[in-house]
Design a protein around this ligand. Structure first.
Ligand code: MOS
Length: 696
């Protein structure tokens, strides 16, 4: 087994680990460069892979000429659908790489070069000649398309049209969020090694077991013959959750090399067409309210895109279903199947884009009603989940709004927009709500506790740390569960040789792996008592939580932004961002703060910079590198604060913890857009908030 051992942590007293402000147990390994990432594993005599990508968006390959590529020094093979190893299962068409002559989107992998060096592979990939039978493609997303379909049932109650017609205040506006791509510092990488015992993958993944479970049927291989090793991952943001084609391609290439290991590191450009993206969204929002700002009607019609190759739905209507109540509601999601790459998970799927339109609309409604936007939200804070009618296990949006307002200094704000001009800059403040549901873990988990000697323990679970701090918080949870200090507990994660764990997705990691470790520690004490022998061991799965049937469960937050917009140039700066969150028990304030301000920074990036621009003539993203796809840097982030309220929720899980990995990005962009309006009086309903919106 390859999982690393970290030096002993800073000590904690027994029972005092949860809540301690501990540095990461893997910090030293990371800053000294001894933490090994997927591409770096030393394997004997590796070959390198470079994909060849389709240059049309729809059609069929008619001829492939590999002569020039194969003639290049160091090239070992060129794989294409005519010679690539066959996959056994191709029902997930996104993963059925090199299995047919069909082209579903521009950038799809249609061949691949294997060479002795990455440079030779890359050069040869450019020499592969492709001929096509090209067909017209369609990548235009519009709510007016005739072929939209409903991927889930509409949520209808009462009569929204009548509520709108009879309302004191009625708002009907359309908001858009662009296509967005994940930009982890480590692009997706795979090292694949076949031998007599099966397949070993060093993989940049959010879930080793999840990846194995997806891969095994494709190869018709017993999962026990696949080992996936991923102790360190340089950022995931969702794109490393499910398997994508490049991993399968690397596995096929290594098989074609009859035992020679093969490595693939995607380039930054590949990140824009190989590993999913956030679908653009178009959101028509309708709000009806009485003179006091009480909502009588809520409408959301959202349009998203999916791909002809495979379906992925960005559930942008999810948050509206549970956010505010009204007697008349119409919430509907529509999807268009385009000749584009398959969308996928990105931090806060559905929740993040789906809160932009509604939370800007609430700001517009507050203004129309002459109410403070916090007051409007407080007046409409429901005591039961509007989607299911269930009580909330805890809902502390109001406390977040109040606590955030106090810390931010909200209340000396002049309600009139466009009135504060300070040394050539318009100054404004804005607020928006955040929410992220407590979702069920994506898959089963099991943990094993082993007593080494004299109160020293090892805890095994195949969890993933994608930069979140899982190594550290799981050590804390295990220490308290075993009545030990963190210095006495060694956690091992990131390997399918360990007990199965759910994927790091949906902000479920700490909750599901942590609860599993608590169960395993209880099983250990039940079996071995308080004076266990060396080698004593016990395992337990994640227990069911019946409370998930009785309660609606979610984390909430409130985000505040101060925005400065230059009166002459339209330049937009965000000198202050402050979030107040209610996310249950916080296991480690240091790693939690890092997650929350990380999410907020990504939300700031979405507000100001990020957009993937699709060229409809060719069907590809034109700004497919970090020179043209701008992300927030240190210079964009000034004073950014994350706070949390003490929230006790006995229902969510034995830890009382909710997820914190994603809620930080939800609502940030709306808070910034609302602050930009307050600064200038200009209402921007389309992200990002580029400076041209504020000129003239
Ligand atoms: Mo996260 S986008 O649920 O991996």
């Amino acid at each position: 087994m390859s999982a690393p051992v970290h030096p002993r942590s800073a000590p904690t007293a027994p029972g005092r680990a949860i809540g301690a402000d501990l540095p990461r147990v893997d910090a030293r390994a990371k800053v000294t460069g001894t933490a090994t990432y997927a591409f770096e594993y030393p394997v004997p005599h590796p070959a390198y892979l470079h994909p060849v990508q389709a240059t049309i968006a729809r059609g069929r390959l008619t001829r492939i000429d590999t002569t020039a590529a194969e003639a290049l020094d160091g090239v070992r093979a060129v794989l294409w659908h005519g010679n690539a190893p066959r996959l056994r299962a191709t029902d997930n068409a996104e993963l059925a790489v090199l299995q047919s002559d069909q082209v579903f989107y521009r950038g799809q992998v249609v061949a691949a070069v294997i060479a002795d060096t990455p440079e030779a592979a890359r050069q040869a990939a450019r020499l592969v000649r492709l001929d096509y039978d090209q067909q017209p493609h369609d990548v235009d997303l519009s709510p007016h398309r005739g072929d939209l379909y409903a991927p889930k049932d509409d949520h209808d109650q009462g009569d929204l049209e009548a509520a709108m017609a009879g309302a004191e205040h009625a708002l009907d506006a359309t908001y858009t969020t662009p296509m967005l791509h994940a930009t982890p510092i480590e692009p997706h990488t795979t090292t694949a090694v076949w031998d007599d015992s099966g397949l070993t993958l060093y993989e940049s993944t959010q879930g080793a077991h999840f990846a194995r479970q997806e891969l095994a049927p494709l190869l018709d291989l017993d999962p026990q013959r696949i080992q996936i090793i991923a102790p360190y991952v340089g950022g995931g943001f969702g794109s490393k959750g499910p398997l994508h084609a490049p991993t399968v391609l690397t596995v096929l290439a290594a098989r074609a090399m009859f035992g020679r290991p093969v490595k693939l590191a995607l380039t930054r450009r590949h990140m824009f067409d190989q590993v999913g993206y956030r679908s653009p969204t178009i959101q028509r929002i309708r709000l009806a309210a009485n003179a006091q700002g009480r909502l009588s009607g809520i409408g959301m019609d959202a349009t998203v895109q999916t791909a002809r190759l495979a379906e992925f739905i960005e559930e942008a209507t999810g948050p509206t279903e549970s956010m505010y109540a009204a007697p008349h509601r119409h919430i509907a999601l529509r999807a268009a199947e385009l000749d584009a790459a398959v969308p996928g998970w990105i931090r806060g799927p559905g929740q993040c884009p789906g809160m932009f339109g509604p939370e800007v609309a609430m700001d517009e409604l507050a203004q129309a009603c002459g109410l403070d936007p916090i007051d409007l939200r407080l007046r409409n804070d429901p005591d039961h989940d509007p989607a299911t009618g269930k009580p909330f296990s805890s809902r502390n949006l109001a406390a977040c709004l109040r606590e955030g307002a106090r810390r931010f200094g909200w209340h000396d704000r002049d309600p009139a927009p466009g009135t504060r001009l300070v040394q050539g800059w318009y100054v404004g403040t804005g607020v928006a709500a955040s929410r992220y549901p407590v979702v069920p873990p994506a898959g089963p988990s099991e943990a094993t506790v082993r007593h080494l000697h004299d109160g020293h323990y090892e805890v095994h679970i195949g969890a993933a740390d994608i930069g979140t701090g899982a190594w550290t918080v799981l050590t804390q949870i295990a220490a308290d569960a075993l009545g030990a200090g963190v210095q006495d507990v060694q956690v091992r994660i990131g390997d399918t040789a360990l007990p199965e764990a759910s994927v790091a997705g949906g902000s479920t990691g700490t909750m599901s792996w942590g609860s599993t470790i608590v169960a395993a520690a209880r099983a250990f004490r039940d079996r071995h008592g308080t004076a266990p022998a060396p080698g004593a061991e016990a395992s337990a799965p994640l227990p069911d939580n019946p409370a998930t049937e009785q309660f609606a469960m979610a984390a909430f937050g409130a985000q505040f932004a101060e925005v400065h917009i230059h009166a002459d140039t339209g330049e937009i700066r965000v000198p202050r961002l402050l979030g107040a969150f209610a996310a249950g028990r916080i296991i480690n304030p240091r790693t939690a703060r890092s997650q929350l301000i990380g999410g907020m920074t990504m939300g700031l990036s979405m507000a100001l910079h990020e957009q993937s621009i699709m060229d409809p003539r060719f069907g590809h993203v034109v700004n497919c590198d970090l020179a043209e796809y701008h992300i927030a840097t240190n210079a964009d982030v000034a004073d950014i604060q994350a706070h949390w309220i003490d929230e006790e929720d006995p229902h969510v899980n034995p830890l009382g913890a909710k997820g914190i990995g994603e809620i930080g990005i939800v609502g940030t962009a709306a808070a910034v857009a609302n602050a930009a309006h307050h600064a200038t009086g200009v209402r921007v309903r389309d992200l990002p908030l580029t400076l041209d919106h504020f000129l003239g």
